[in-house]
Design a protein around this ligand. Structure first.
Ligand code: NIG
Ligand code: FE
Length: 417
């Protein structure tokens, strides 16, 4: 009898399948901390999709194709590729001065108010040519991939005016088309209030832009920075409603530095995710839990670099609100280059266990991007997005902060780093 053919086989692994439970929903409860480990495990793939997983010599059911890649990894950890569901990768100009002089989250908003912060990056990004922006974004993406990211979200947001936002979205769309990994594009419609325009007019223009973005398929989601003195929920409502009417998902920077009721606003809108949440109120948490649709994306890098109290993941888990984590890579609040550092900070600052942090960086992060059926777990039929680590204990991801632990990266069955 003919054996099924595999073109990728990794065996002899400590295999984290992330699939001990049903994978249709983001993980809460005991499932939020179970990585589905199989010792002496194997995973086989064909044409970019997973064919099977198991342990021992069960892999012998497959015949390898002529050019197949076969790895005997001698007990190293093999796990799903990391999913980074929140980044601002497309920008020019670093913010060294702001970084070296800032001491608290309050300073961050004061700098913004004075026309620095996000506005400084907007100026530098507007001045950068298409070629420069593409080169900068490609380089950041390549570094993220080398650190294990196989699915990434990239936001616009450093244009503010519609033409410049469109330019950035088109550049991100080019990056998405050429990238070796899956890129989810988000239109960050409301990032900061530009000078010299009435708030009402700016909000109207953003609402109109949503239609253009949807018609040109430039983004799959719309985001806003819902924060004291930036945009209130009521400012954002028409833009978010327009996004949903156009078939786009919504997501939000919610309650990062102050509680402005953004978590409840996001939950009630059935946002795909509500991100940051360092200052979510008890009421906001209740609404997130009750509606049960929105993933909480925690961004420990921002808390670490800006110096505010990080979100306590135990509150979310106790309320059965699903938790994901992301780098929030951006030049202002979180210059983290890849997910392993976010995983480590999520453990030390947000009090996830190492296994909860791995769930939060894989299957739950995939759900935060509406890709919970496509990646984030080693399950038959999913994309063969996987990593071989340079360790036999996955807790090293949190423990050996900064160590080069990612040895090989496969996206859609192809080696990408
Ligand atoms: O997620 N706080 C709003 N947006 C980003 C920071 C953007 C910036 O400072 O350039 C964030 O923290
Ligand atoms: Fe952000």
């Amino acid at each position: 009898m003919e054996r099924p053919q595999a073109d990728l086989l990794v065996r002899g692994a400590r295999l984290l399948t992330l699939a001990p439970f049903r994978t249709e929903q983001p993980r809460v409860g005991p499932a939020a901390g179970d990585v589905g480990a199989i010792d002496d495990g194997w995973v086989a793939a064909r044409d970019g999709a997973i064919l099977g997983t198991g342990h021992g010599d069960g892999w012998q059911q497959y015949e390898l194709t002529a050019g197949a890649v076969e790895r005997q990894v001698a007990g190293r950890v093999v796990m799903p590729g990391l999913v980074d569901p929140h980044t601002h990768l497309c920008y020019a100009g670093e913010r060294w001065d702001e970084f070296t002089t800032r001491h608290s989250g309050a300073d961050y908003l004061a700098v913004l108010e004075r026309g620095g912060g996000i506005h400084a990056t907007v100026r530098a990004t507007r001045e950068a040519s298409d070629e420069t922006l593409l080169a900068l974004t490609r380089a950041r993406l390549a570094r993220a991939v080398s650190l294990g990211t196989t699915t990434i979200e990239i936001k616009s947001g450093y244009g503010l005016d519609p033409d410049e936002e469109l330019r950035q979205l088109r550049l991100i769309a080019r990056i998405r088309t050429e990238a070796a990994i899956d890129v989810a594009v988000t239109y960050l419609a409301l990032h900061a209030m530009p000078r010299g325009i009435e708030r009402r007019d700016f909000l109207k223009a953003a609402e109109a832009m949503v239609g253009t973005v949807a018609a040109e398929h430039l983004a799959e989601a719309v985001d806003g920075f819902i924060e004291k003195g930036v945009f209130e929920p009521e400012d954002a409502r028409p833009v978010m409603k327009a996004a949903q009417a156009a078939g786009l998902a919504v997501t939000m920077h919610a309650d990062q530095l102050h509680d402005v009721n953004a978590a409840a606003f996001a939950a009630r809108l059935q946002a795909r995710s509500a991100d940051h949440l360092a200052n979510v109120s008890a009421d906001g948490m209740r609404v997130l839990a009750r509606i049960g649709h929105t993933v909480a994306v925690l961004l420990p890098g921002s808390a670490f670099f800006v110096g505010y109290a990080p979100p306590d993941a135990r509150r979310f888990l106790a309320a059965r609100v699903p938790v994901a984590i992301a780098t929030d890579h951006n030049p202002g609040t979180s210059p983290l280059e890849g997910m392993p550092a976010a995983i480590a900070l999520a453990v030390t600052l947000c009090h996830l266990t190492p296994h909860e942090a791995i769930v939060a960086a894989t299957i739950n992060a995939a759900h935060a991007l509406g890709r919970g059926q496509r990646t984030g777990a080693l399950v038959v039929g999913r994309r063969a997005d996987l990593l071989i680590l340079e360790t036999d204990d996955e807790r090293d991801l949190c423990y050996r902060l900064g160590a080069p632990l990612v040895r090989e990266v496969y996206a859609g069955g192809r080696r990408v780093a």
